[in-house]
Design a protein around this ligand. Structure first.
Ligand code: SF4
Length: 329
């Protein structure tokens, strides 16, 4: 796989390119099988002004079992950055700030480790680990090109999902690729998380630069394949975005986008100001969306006790949140 990725490079450049093995693997039980979070070493950036960093950094990835009717398959959640600059209030990774973006090879190494070190058969790959994928479009697009290469991992494009906070500049770059042959089946997930700008501003700083109205317009025109749909992710946070009227407003906001709302019960980050939602409130939010004609489903929570669940990745030793100014230019 690595050889396929480095194809065309001088042979000498391949030396020292063998993928790293996990430094730690944390396991937790879920109703569908064992969830495994693993960490891979990556070198720190040469410089990061004003920050004290450990000598070695780690990427975090999660192998998630998905029980089907006939067999259990695995989804691999990969990181595209170490840390993240987006500062979402509900997310553990945001507490680290952005340390650096990962190269295509460092992203592909996560698939390699899951497959060859952990022995997992990976069917799906989701860019939902640490980092905002469209803050690192070169790394992510390069990794997808390598992962779908038939000479290597040969992961089907339809089994890969890029999940973004809604960076419009990155979405426009990705769209240039998605309209080309071989890329049309790439899945897109967008973290909506709020029914209006006021709530979204309070939990997702990106919204102040790229508000919901602009994001919705881009999604309405997203080049979907005939049977395709965008995944609109909605982290349900008690007391923030979980009222019945929020479900109504959300359905209205998304009415012209072919999408499925994926309701994700909030997984508390360290020192979280909010608890996880009650089951009853998740159920009633879903029922309200359905009553408004919005196609929706809920994400089953897996790996919460090893901080491997959605929004819980991140190194608690590294704290230095520094937001990067995001503009449309
Ligand atoms: S939710 Fe995603 S984009 Fe937001 S801070 Fe966390 S990793 Fe970054």
């Amino acid at each position: 796989m690595y050889r396929a990725f480095f194809a065309g490079r001088p042979e000498g450049e391949l030396e020292g390119c063998s993928p790293p093995a996990p430094t730690r693997v944390l396991e937790s039980e879920s109703p569908e099988g064992v969830v495994r979070k693993f960490l891979l070493p990556v070198p720190p950036p040469e410089r990061l002004s004003g920050r004290e960093l450990p000598e070695a950094l780690e990427t975090e990835s999660v192998v998630i079992p998905m029980r089907g009717r006939h067999a259990t398959t695995h989804t691999l959640c990969v990181s595209s950055q170490v840390g993240c600059a987006m500062g979402c209030g509900f997310c553990e990774t945001a507490q680290m700030g952005l340390i650096r973006s990962l190269s295509p090879a460092e992203i592909v190494a996560q698939w390699w480790a899951a497959t060859h070190s952990l022995g997992a058969t990976i069917k799906n790959i989701v860019f939902m680990g640490m980092g905002e994928p469209l803050d690192n479009p070169g790394g992510v697009i390069g990794a997808i090109a390598a992962l779908t290469d038939r000479r290597g991992a040969a992961v089907a494009m339809k089994n890969i999902t890029v999940s973004t906070v809604g960076r419009i500049d990155g979405l426009l770059k990705l769209r240039e690729r998605v309209v080309t042959d071989g890329w049309k089946r790439l899945n897109l997930a967008v973290s909506i998380n709020a029914p209006n700008d006021e709530i979204r501003d309070s939990i997702m700083p990106i919204n102040r630069a790229m508000p919901l109205g602009e994001l919705v317009r881009v999604l309405e025109e997203w080049p979907l394949r005939p049977s395709g749909a965008i995944c609109a992710e909605y982290v349900l946070i008690p007391g923030v975005n979980d009222k019945p009227e929020h479900a109504d407003e959300l359905a209205e906001l998304l009415k012209n986008i072919r999408c499925c709302v994926n309701v994700i019960p909030y997984n508390p980050r360290r020192n979280s100001p909010w608890p996880a939602p009650e089951e009853a409130s998740v159920d009633s939010f879903l029922a309200r969306l359905e009553a408004r004609g919005q196609f929706c489903k809920r994400r089953r929570t897996k790996g919460r006790d090893t901080m491997a669940a959605c929004g819980q990745l991140g190194n608690e030793q590294i704290r230095g949140r520094k937001l990067v100014q995001v503009g449309l230019g």
